[in-house]
Design a protein around this ligand. Structure first.
Ligand code: GLU
Length: 457
């Protein structure tokens, strides 16, 4: 065969997370980001972070930086970052195209006039849908209004037809755009509302699938009309249920509800937050995972429930602990090094099952590697000194503990708690902790002997 290869039957998907940088993102935003990132990752596709920052008054660079840092923390750094504020000329061009084809028309009503119309409609039992009176204005009417100093805002003329799509979460959807007001795309000051830039970017970036919260379902019908009016390809859509506080109250970025930054500060593991944010409110059990790749295998948009899902931060404590208990050394190594924790893989595997928070690894490392006085009760002094005398010569390995305690048991006649509790207390100063069989070789003979004899070692 010769000639160029045909395009792949299923080109890799392009997905995006499109927050407005107007506050710190919360777990509900994380749900959206993670679903998109993991669908992209699983299929070898592209994940784009797009800052919807056309609202100059409310968007802040520091929130954009914080959002990028949050995604990094979650382990879903994007393949590309796009800022809508860099792309205003593209939106101008799209608006011009729509004006030229008669789909974007000027309207001059003030907010007060619109409110009055809506009130009258409601009083008559009619839905408060824009009456399109601006479409009846003649050129002379417009000139007069502009002569009075009015500047137009611009509305998209909907087609008033049934828009249907097969939603990846909700199944077949249908919205009659005759039931909607023609949306304002451009404000009187020339700035863009969210709708048009979002559509223009989804077309320009080749977005193949839009996964977002169900608060956008109605937007989708409007956006499909705009995409078609601009000659773009309509992507697939999936609208997931929203997360709420345990009280059922909706999450608010503005009110700082359940921000990722706060959960990070509280010592929660990002993988636990990710697992809860993705799996809560689905037919899949919420469970700890070893990696995002494993979590990605559990993502199934059609298994997301339709009802809002409560996100209870109290569920994170056990999930963070279980995440640590499962965490492979590779995933922990860099953080251990940054915290000055040594001992390599052997130490991590010995302690991870005892951690409720990652920083407790540092506390166990201090127990193992920093000088500490042995905790020796008077009645155990002689027993522990004898046990010290029975310590084998180094090198020590995984069998050392069992060999040694067998010898101590035989010599002392002690067993069970009477045998092990004083040893643990002398060696670690704690009632409970990781398997001493694993810690003993890391501590080494000099330290173990010193502590058994009640000295600082
Ligand atoms: N900026 C929009 C939001 O935060 C994005 C919605 C979308 O994904 O299109 O809700």
């Amino acid at each position: 065969m010769s000639g160029p290869l045909p395009p792949p039957a299923f080109p890799p998907p392009v997905l995006r997370f499109a927050p407005s940088p107007t506050g710190l993102i919360h777990v509900g935003n994380a749900r959206t980001a993670l679903l998109n990132a993991m669908l992209a990752r699983r299929a070898g596709g592209t994940f784009i972070l797009r800052f919807d920052d056309t609202d100059a008054a409310r968007s802040r660079a520091e929130y954009a930086r914080a959002i990028a840092a949050d995604l990094d923390w979650l382990g879903i750094a994007p393949d590309h970052v796009v800022r809508q504020s860099d792309r205003l000329s593209t939106y101008e061009a799209a608006a011009e195209t729509l004006r030229a084809s008669g789909r974007l028309y000027p309207a001059y009503e003030t907010e007060e006039e619109l409110e009055l119309k809506r009130r009258l409609q409601r009083a008559r039992g009619l839905p408060p849908v824009y009456d399109r009176s601006a479409l009846t204005l003649t050129a002379a009417d417009r000139a007069r209004l502009e002569g009075e100093g009015r500047r137009p805002h611009w509305r998209f003329r909907l087609d008033h037809r049934q828009i249907a799509w097969d939603d990846a979460v909700r199944g077949p959807q249908q919205v009659d755009t005759a039931s909607l007001s023609d949306p304002v795309l451009v404000r009187a000051d020339g700035s863009f509302l969210y709708t048009l830039p979002s559509v223009v970017d989804d077309i320009a970036l080749g977005v193949t699938m839009v996964v977002r919260g169900e608060d956008h379902v109605t937007n989708t019908a409007v956006q499909i009309e705009i995409i078609e009016a601009l000659g773009g390809r309509v992507p697939a859509f999936g609208h997931h249920n929203l997360l709420t506080l345990p009280s059922g109250e909706g999450l608010s970025k503005r009110l700082g509800h359940l921000s990722l930054a706060a959960l990070r500060e509280a010592g929660q593991e990002s993988l636990a937050v990710a697992a809860l944010a993705v799996l809560v409110g689905t037919s899949h059990a919420v469970e700890a995972v070893e990696s995002l790749d494993v979590l990605a295998t559990k993502v199934e948009l059609s298994h997301i429930s339709r009802a809002p899902a409560r996100f209870d931060p109290a569920d994170l404590d056990p999930l963070t602990a279980r995440t640590l208990h499962l965490m492979p050394y590779d995933a922990a190594a860099e953080r251990l090094a940054a915290a000055g924790v040594g001992g390599g893989e052997a130490f991590w595997m010995a302690v991870r099952g005892n951690l409720a928070r990652f920083d407790e690894a540092g506390q166990w490392w201090a127990v193992v590697a920093a000088p500490m006085a042995g905790t020796v009760a008077d009645e155990d002094r002689a027993f522990l000194a004898d046990a010290a005398g029975l310590l084998p010569a180094e090198p020590w390995g995984p069998a050392t503990w069992a060999d040694w305690t067998k010898a101590v048991k035989a010599a002392s006649g002690r067993s069970g708690r009477g045998l092990f509790h004083p040893l643990r207390l002398a060696l670690t100063g704690r009632e409970r902790g990781p398997e001493l069989a694993a810690l003993l070789p890391i501590m080494g003979r000099r330290r173990v002997e010193g502590r058994l004899r009640g000295g600082e070692a």
